[in-house]
Design a protein around this ligand. Sequence first.
Ligand code: B12
Ligand code: SF4
Ligand code: SF4
Length: 377
Amino acid sequence: MNYDQLKQEIIEYSKTIGIDKIGFTTASTFDELKNRLIRQQELGYQSGFEEPDIEKRVNPALLMDQPRSIIAIALAYPSKMNGRVTSKKGERRGLFSRASWGLDYHIILRERLKKLEEFILEKVPDAKCKSMVDTGELSDRAVAERAGIGWSGKNCAIITPEFGSYVYLGEMITNLPFAPDEPMEDRCGDCNKCIDACPTGALVQGGQINAQRCIAFLTQTKDFIPEEYREKIGNRLYGCDSCQTSCPENKGKDYHFHDEMEAEPEVVKPLLKPILQLSNRQFREGFGQLSGSWRGKNPIQRNAIIALAHFKDETAIDDLVQVMKEDARPVLRGTAAWALGKIGGEQAEQELLGAKEQETDINVLSEIEKGLQMIKR
Ligand code: B12
Ligand code: SF4
Ligand code: SF4
């Protein structure tokens, strides 16, 4: 088998199935990544969403018998919406980050990788292929970086010269000995814009993140959000794009290659108040196709409450009172109490005093207290 020729054929084929960039690397261990992962673990900087077994993350031989190469793919996603929401004055909206626009990218990239697998198996019937996107053991970014897809920016993202960092990544381990591509030169230079733009100081230094401080992470947690971050979250319902929108390499980058990735403005920039009342079914029907719905409706509803507080939306007081008094979930009751304190006013104060008499959950009581303190200030 002529693997250089097969590599060329794969590259050509990838263009016909909606893969925007492809690169090849060896299946050798990721030694620098290993050091970084250990360091992240020691510092408590991990998010907890990563594969916990570091050995599996850095050694493809633990994921496939005798792997010889990894094929990395990237698909560009839009940074601007086609179309806009039609809002009445005073109506407040939240925002899903760009990586959650359109159909869940896991579905899209897995479908592309499956087609690529089928193509390879047609040419080499006994080839072995193992594909993954995001939820697999490997670090998609470390693979992409080594396969020459882009460089690893100070914002931690893989940045491609063609599409900026607005690319989803995925990869396929194979037992075929393709020649590897060259990694790309770092192009960040003296720039520090992403680090300066990060609202919570989560980018500790160039290329290192404390995920526990990252808004993208915080919006996906299920518990109370620590108070110091609530104001900084603003109206983000899922994810955060600040370290990408601030990056000069993303300037003017907005690619609409894949119909499935087009955002529906009313869905990804939804009105906030109706979110508080959603049933599970309504949530699934309205938001279930977004990658940002993977943690269910609770975090999105909690974030919507924080967003209403951010806007100090007085028209939301009745809705927030209802959540504070009637919702079965302490995190929502408590966050609503805090939001009422943030919005302030006579009605909010009376309702908080009333709730203080009824509430039994210690965490919610503490949020009620915080709310009352804010009003007194
Ligand atoms: C856990 C996770 C998170 C966590 C932690 C993020 C983080 N930076 O580690 C949280 C929830 C915060 C998060 C947020 C986001 N995420 Co995320 N996330 C992941 C996940 C599952 C694992 C990441 C991980 O292992 N991190 C640990 C660090 C140490 O490793 P790493 O970033 O993967 O790899 C880098 C370093 O190890 C370093 N490195 C390694 N060796 C070497 C050697 C040298 C010499 C150097 C200089 C560096 C270096 O460079 C690597 C490449 O950048 C991956 C999917 C996957 N399976 O890989 C997606 C992934 C990284 N996320 C992605 C996206 C899109 C996001 C968000 C933009 C979403 C959003 N809009 O909110 C934000 C961006 C936040 C940010 N600035 O990183 C994309 C990134 C695409 C891209 N172009 O880079 C991925 C790859 C998902 C995908 N398949 O597309 N994410
Ligand atoms: S995603 Fe937001 S919070 Fe996280 S590192 Fe980037 S700018 Fe900071
Ligand atoms: S903002 Fe500047 S430092 Fe940060 S990733 Fe972009 S080019 Fe690199």
